[in-house]
Ligand binder design. Sequence first.
Ligand code: PLP
Length: 337
Amino acid sequence: MPGRLPPPPASRMLRAGRGSGGACDMDDGQANIYAAGAAYVQGRFVPIGQACISVLDWGFTRSDVTYDVVHVTGDAFFRLDDHLDRFGRSMARRRLAPAEDRARMTDILHRVVSLTGLRDAYVAMLALRGRPRIGGSRRPMDCDNHFIAYALPWIDVVPPDVQARGAHLWIGSMPRVPDASFDPTVKNYMWGDLNAGLMEAHDHGYDTSVLCDAQGRVTEGPGFNIFVVKDGRVLTPAHGSLQGITRRSVLELCDELGLPCAVADIPRAVLEEADEVFLATTAGGVMPVSRVGPVAGVQRIMGNDRPGAISARIKELYWARHRAGWHATPVRHDVTA
Ligand code: PLP
């Protein structure tokens, strides 16, 4: 299973080139031209290296885009409908309306995965503003919105070996952009603050970072939600963060395990003094943290410098549930258009 093991070897890939991409799927009858990834752009299915947008697209020049990411493990999507629901809400909030309806988007997602032959994949769906039909127009309504989807080999935002020892988490000095300025529940690429935190983390020898808001409350990190465990209670921030699908899964698993859990304001001091910390995302699952800093200027080691017992238990159950088909939608290999 991904998330705990290195990327899937070729032997774990399906037979190459199921369905035609509109081009030849095989270069010489051996290799699948979509093996590195398949995309749907401007109404066509192409190998990932050929997936391009215009430099004039507002999705690029203004980050006028929303997106979602769902993962595939063992040839099945995880919580596909939940991701499509959130994507639909995000598009409505950003007033983006590509031509493809939900049923068509769903077919496209199945097809990009099927083309790659991957059993474990990172699958993105995007809605972009597009470029104005009238040159120089500043009116969003003059743009033709468009839909992009692509499938890539599995991605872990925290590498599996780092997950195994527990990530070292930097608390960034820059405050997270306020919710009132940009709604973090609408998935977006406005990553200026998150990237700054990540660079600070790397400058200081940490693996990744989390940001607090201007009021000093913990929010989220570059591509993940955060959980803090204190005195047996599992907490995740109420503000400044995406309502992650993995976060929802973790809350459900906590209920099942009888672990008290809550979505709440988490002051920075609670993170600094946590018994355990873990991160949660589609691209990696449940990812334990073993060190956090700076705490009074230094790095604080939690517990025995390894993933905590509760984090490990939740992570194990999360993947066991995947193996048992929890919220699974098998990838369809019969979508041809
Ligand atoms: N927060 C941010 C900023 C993210 O980009 C992501 C995922 O990409 C998450 C949280 C986790 O959300 P999910 O569990 O739905 O992948």
